[in-house]
Each structure stands twice: as C-alpha cells, then as structure tokens.
Design a protein around this ligand. Sequence first.
Ligand code: HEC
Length: 120
Amino acid sequence: MNRIILLIFAAAAMAAAQQSGSTPEGDAAKGKVLFTKIGCYECHGYAGQGGRAGARIVPMVFRAQDLIRYVRRPAGEMPAYTEKSATEEELRDIYAYLKSFPPPKTVKEIPLLNQIKERQ
Ligand code: HEC
C-alpha cells in the first residue's frame, strides 16, 4: 500500500518537474547561466561551439553521467572541476543546457544544398 502511494508521489513530482522545464536531467535555463558563471564559456564559447582553448561540445553526445565524470577528471588541458566549484546538480543543469541545442541538420534538410544537387 505504502509503495503505491510513494509511486504516485514520484510520478506527480516528475510531471511537475517536466512542466517547469526542469527534468531529472537538469534545468537548461539555470545551466545557461552556470555555463557562463563557472567559466565553461571561456574555452568552449557561449553556445558550446568551441573556440581557441576548448573543444566543440555541442551537439552534446555524452550521457549526463559521462559529462559529469569528464568534468571531474578531464583528459587533457581542461581544468578539473571539483564538487566545490560545480555541484552535481549544477553540472546536470549545464548538461541540460548543452542538450537544448538542436542537432545539426542533415543535407536533405538544407534546401540550398538540395538545389545544387538537383542541377548537377
Ligand atoms: C580553461 C579552458 C576550459 C574550461 C574553463 C572548460 N573546458 Fe572543457 N575542455 C577544454 C579543452 C582544452 C578540452 C579538450 C580536451 C582536453 O584537453 O581536456 C575540453 C573538453 C571538454 C569536454 C569533452 C569534449 C569531447 O568531445 O571529448 C567536455 C564535455 C567539456 N570540456 C565540458 C566542459 C564544461 C561543462 C566546462 C565547465 C564546467 C568546461 N568544459 C570548462 C577546455 C576547457
């Protein structure tokens, strides 16, 4: 009986979170602010497009837990972020922000490229 009540609560909480634009994966609006505040943008650009110092990280192909793992222990030049400089929740928000960018268009979805093809 108690389990059923708990399940109902969990479902309601998830529905409420989805309505407010935040999912268990994070809140993209907060993530956008954090991306600037804790300095990811300095190397990766405001939209994760990459720049002089950092790789392109949009579209984000990692799973949330892999992004968090990477940020805690980066592979190369990137500075590591400890729990003090970015909590897990904050990194989930950043993940949601990076995920909010649409994937690149395929050639078929770009009308001009199709025209060029047709003329040949
Ligand atoms: C001082 C510059 C710098 C900052 C600040 C920085 N990065 Fe990076 N990041 C890099 C560089 C350089 C790489 C390329 C691999 C390496 O050297 O670690 C990288 C790689 C990554 C990758 C892996 C990309 C791939 O495809 O392998 C992710 C994900 C990432 N950064 C996310 C973040 C996030 C999120 C933040 C903010 C919390 C951040 N970075 C802050 C420089 C930076």
